[in-house]
Design a protein. Structure first.
Length: 163
């Protein structure tokens, strides 16, 4: 019989998942910035790369607060989402629809992160991990702001240009 797993175990498991995901995103964002045609989208990806590096640092602080080594756990979900983004870059390279596709791909990443950070924040509060909750909430707010910025780019130019 499997050992009894607790919310603490689930929190740590999910923390490892998002840590792995953020490290993959750090690798993908420069490629997305290079592929972007609009200056606004390129700048947005470059800005989010800096934020994502800070988010990795925050996750390392959460591991430290827990007395655990910062370690990732392969996240098949983010690998799939990023692979779809690579396909968009390859299939739509040089077309008017590329930036709209990049925005869509980036928002899929953001929505995954928002789901993960929202869950981790709720669990941190439930577990009385107030210092971790502060760090996770800061990242959640950044992810939500990035999602809003991507929507603005999509609505103001990328979708119109693609149409």
């Amino acid at each position: 019989m499997a050992e009894d797993k607790t919310l603490d175990d689930l929190f740590l498991d999910t923390l490892k998942d998002i840590y792995y995901a953020e490290k993959q995103i750090v690798k993908a964002l420069p490629q997305m910035a290079d592929a972007a045609q609009s200056a606004d989208l390129k700048a947005g990806f470059e800005q989010h790369l800096l934020e994502t590096k800070n988010q990795v640092d925050r996750l390392e602080q959460v591991f430290e607060l827990m007395g655990k080594p910062a370690a990732g756990k392969t996240c098949d979900a983010i690998l799939g989402i990023l692979e779809e983004g690579k396909s968009v870059m390859a299939d739509f390279k040089g077309t008017e629809a590329l930036d709209a596709g990049l925005v869509s791909s980036a928002q899929a990443v953001e929505h995954y992160e928002i789901a993960r950070y929202g869950t981790l924040l709720a669990w941190a509060r439930q577990l009385g991990m107030s210092d971790a909750a502060i760090l996770l909430e800061e990242t959640l707010k950044e992810e939500e702001a990035t999602d809003r910025a991507l929507t603005k780019i999509a609505m103001s130019s990328a979708n119109r240009k693609a149409a």
